[in-house]
Design a protein around this ligand. Sequence first.
Ligand SMILES: Cc1ncc(COP(=O)(O)O)c(C=O)c1O
Length: 438
Amino acid sequence: MKKSAVLDQDVISPDSTEAVAALREKHVLPLPGPMYAKPIQIVRGRGQFVFDEKGKKYLDGFAGVATVSIGHSHPHWLKKIKEQMDEYFHTTSLYLHPSLGLLAQRLVAMVKMANPMLEMCFFTNSGSEANELAALIAKNYTGSHEFVALQHSYHGRTLMAMALTGQSNWRHSTPYGQSVSFAKANYTYRGYKHKEALDDLNQVIRTSTSGRIAAFYAEPINGVGGVITPEPEYFPGAYDIIKKAGGLFIADEVQTGVYRTGREFLGIQKWRVKPDIVTMAKGLGNGYPVGCVITTREIGEAMKGKLHYNTFGGSPVQMAAVGAVLDVLEKEKLAENTHEVGTHFIAKLKKLESKNPHVGEVRGMGLMVGIELVKDKKSQEPASDIAVKVLDKTKDKGLLIGKGGLSGNILRIKPPLCWTKKDADFAADAIEESLSEI
Ligand SMILES: Cc1ncc(COP(=O)(O)O)c(C=O)c1O
């Protein structure tokens, strides 16, 4: 560990980026560490921009990992949160408060576009907790405890959510105590077309489960795994296979929800499949901690007579934050903006596939964009070293983006939904220049 002079003092007051990094290194588990070779501090955010301690402005292309949806410190969102804090900060679902039912009603009206039967919500603090609860509901409803998830998936960090995650870099050598089998993702760039992926799903159910499953978990477009975007045939085909095995279809909308993929509130709407359970988080709160499980009355009734509880889920301030996000999404027409800016951005980046020898594939929808980098297009060998360099170079040019994928070779751009076409052009140019400088 690097020693900072500041750390040798009794009273530590971080006075430089180095001291801030050293203090964190001393007292915080290194999971994960700062993103850049030379870490940066971000101390302020406004709209689609963030600022470091010296006032340097960056265009935010990662949004706290696809979380800041309506923009940093949006005034309407702050106002609603502060008003509720002044009135009544915390209560639990043990008492009635009008905000919980009203917000659930509002959210249900939006997810009904995906499945008109969805009508019951339960709020949590995070996406992991929402996925954990969705699994519990599926077990209670079906009487089965067997799950199928997809390779390259990411569903969170509670035990069940980790068990459902199909990436070695996110798995630990520990028995998760859950029955989860993994089917191949419809990852066309790596040769798995929908036909092969669906055959594999069938085979996995036949060979690795009892044949009757509790549920199939899927991200409509995978996030952490590198924006793997399926073909339109995949999810309808998967739905039929799952239903034949008696399973529920759980759409993990933690990243794809809240218009991230464009005009539809949920990513699964793109694939015309009616999910039995939807889990949401991230963009729903714009940074205020929230998660939510939404299901049908029939499935939700499986929890009747059982106890389940979440201290902060559904609190008045959480409801105020989510309500304000929904207000702004509508008022500022961010769904249409995401579609337009995202389509423009992806079209611009797509040109890199023929222009740059390391750009294997540009993919995604709306403002959920991935760029898979390879050493060369023939071998398709993942180029994680190039991804690291691009991240550093774009940062120097004033753009913050992320990376992911099993090999860390996929650039991920998931900005606040208030990006403009000018922002998209700036980001596309910064990425193109950075790649050509390497
Ligand atoms: C698809 C998906 N599901 C679940 C989660 C877990 O959410 P949280 O970090 O809020 O627990 C994440 C987080 O990145 C995610 O991307």
